[in-house]
Design a protein around this ligand. Structure first.
Ligand code: SF4
Ligand code: SF4
Length: 256
């Protein structure tokens, strides 16, 4: 299996085989990686949203507003994903949970998207997981860090545990996540929302609960049987408190 580079993303290998084939282009045996944490000059924690997976909705709802992101794919097509909002849009470009000098306050509770970065996994056309590597992360080096490949081009146990396992866990629930979002979209349940606190307004997408409870009883029973009502409730309950936290954090950072 070849390692291919496409712009800044490298397709590394088929995870089922836990091996990477040699490439003269990209990943070498000398290449190392470590997260630079609070010292990172281009932290991945500056993003506005992180894509999450269906099994993360309930645990992450305690910490982040769970919302939906829509990407225009051209024509009539849109990609809709479940996302968490990481910060107030006006907040100095980093997540509410990033504490300057000490890094992420979420520790092991952080989303899979954070744990796996700069790696991610996608299913290829044969159903195998393929690992993608974002070489824009400044944690790559030939000098210091954890080796990426072991002799024989196995992925190192450290990288596997810290990044690759979270990446494959997300990838494995991709289909279930997609079906959940598509179901909400099919019933036209995703609407625009806004919440204002202390004069600051945050816009987001949410499930329209009024429309939800107007659905036929059989549809609601089907949603209950699939566990969707619990997920929708967790989403709805995640919004106000966590958006308030984002705004309060922004205002506190501004006042320093
Ligand atoms: S994963 Fe990479 S981009 Fe993100 S904080 Fe660590 S070194 Fe920086
Ligand atoms: S949860 Fe932690 S790792 Fe993820 S974006 Fe926020 S500070 Fe960064």
């Amino acid at each position: 299996m070849n390692i291919m580079i496409n712009k800044n993303v490298v397709q590394l290998h088929c995870l089922k085989e836990e091996k990477a084939e040699p490439s003269d282009e990209v990943i070498t045996e000398d290449m190392k990686w470590e997260c630079l944490g609070a010292a990172c000059p281009s932290s991945c924690c500056h993003l506005m949203y992180a894509r999450i997976f269906i099994h993360e909705i309930v645990p992450l709802s305690k910490h982040f507003p769970i919302t939906f992101c829509m990407t225009d794919c051209g024509g009539e097509k849109h990609d809709i994903a479940i996302c968490i909002l990481l910060r107030h849009i006006r907040d100095g470009n980093y997540c509410t949970y990033l504490e300057k000098g000490s890094g992420c306050a979420m520790a092991d509770n952080r989303p899979l998207a954070c744990k796996q970065f700069p790696f991610s996994a996608v299913k290829d056309e044969t159903g195998n997981n393929r690992l993608l590597v974002r070489l824009s992360c400044p944690g790559f080096s030939e000098v210091s860090g954890h080796p990426i490949l072991m002799p024989g081009r196995d992925i190192s146990p450290y990288l596997k545990q810290e990044c690759i396992d979270p990446a494959t866990s997300g990838c494995d629930s991709y289909e279930e996540t997609r079906i959940f979002v598509e179901t909400l979209n099919r019933y036209n349940l995703i609407a625009d929302g806004a919440y204002t606190h202390k004069g600051e307004t945050i816009l987001f997408k949410l499930v329209d609960l009024k429309k939800l409870y107007e659905l036929p009883k059989e549809t609601l029973n089907d949603f209950r049987a699939r566990g969707y009502m619990q997920l929708i409730n967790a989403h709805a309950n995640s919004l106000i408190d966590n958006i308030t936290r984002h705004i309060d954090t922004y205002l506190a950072r501004m006042s320093k």
